[in-house]
Design a protein around this ligand. Structure first.
Ligand SMILES: C[S@@+](CC[C@H](N)C(=O)[O-])C[C@H]1O[C@@H](n2cnc3c(N)ncnc32)[C@H](O)[C@@H]1O
Length: 222
């Protein structure tokens, strides 16, 4: 059952890979990139890093150029996303190794630990139960003092027209992604609260485009 679901998601994201970067040209699409890159300068130097659901590799390129990490495992369910990411970093000569892995959490070995784990616009794909599983997986896979770098959409509270438009935009995105890729998330949950309640403290955070996008660096509570 889980395998079947992952296979449908793989096919969906494979279809999307060819147009994904072009979709981000439609406003406020650049916000997806700017928000996830915003906190890179605040990252301390780390050795090993796991990027989950990294997509077409725009963030990967910026992270490598920043020189903040030396070993990256780049995990994505879609081979088409992986091949785009690989192509995007071909011309870089930084001192950083990247291992591309096609699959999901089962592709991370039991004994592996990372100093930094990154999810950008990834946790929003899942139902609340699945999100809890992913966050505890991230907690378990982080070394002591490990950091969790996170960016995602954020629901706004309030009754202004701007809030209404932002929340409508999120609904449209869910409609699109559910149809295009068979994701299981039906609606955006309060991911920041889920993370804080699952053994993390926030050390840096930043809203982008009136907090439609939210980025944070969390540290694991031991
Ligand atoms: C919405 S895209 C975000 C891509 C990128 N992080 C960004 O911000 O542009 C979600 C990514 O997660 C990948 N993905 C979806 N389900 C996955 C899973 N179970 N395990 C690993 N990757 C997954 C998709 O293939 C896709 O590349």
């Amino acid at each position: 059952m889980v395998k079947l679901k992952l296979e449908r998601q793989r096919k969906g994201f494979n279809r999307l890979a060819a147009i994904y970067d072009y979709l981000l040209l439609i406003p406020p699409g650049r916000g997806f990139i700017k928000s996830q890159e915003a906190l890179i300068p605040l990252l301390p130097q780390k050795k090993s890093c796991l990027i989950i659901g990294g997509g077409t590799g725009t963030f990967l390129r910026s992270l490598i150029i920043s020189g903040k990490v030396t070993q990256i495992v780049y995990l994505d369910i879609s081979e088409k996303m992986l091949s785009q990411a690989s192509a995007k970093i071909k011309d870089l000569h930084q001192n950083c190794t990247v291992e591309f892995r096609r699959g999901s959490f089962d592709k991370v070995a039991e004994e592996e630990k990372f100093d930094l784990i990154i999810t950008n616009f990834f946790l929003d794909l899942f139902s609340r139960e699945e999100v809890k599983t992913w966050i505890s997986f991230i907690h378990e896979k982080l070394s002591d003092e490990g950091l969790f770098y996170y960016t995602d959409l954020q629901i706004s509270k309030g009754k202004t027209l701007k809030t209404f438009i932002k929340n409508m935009y999120i609904k449209v995105l869910y409609f699109f992604f559910r149809n295009a890729t068979a994701i299981s998330g039906k609606t955006l949950i309060d991911l920041r609260t889920e993370i804080l309640q699952s053994g993390f403290n926030v050390i840096h955070e930043k809203g982008y485009l009136k907090a439609l996008f939210y980025s944070a660096i969390f540290i694991k509570r031991s």
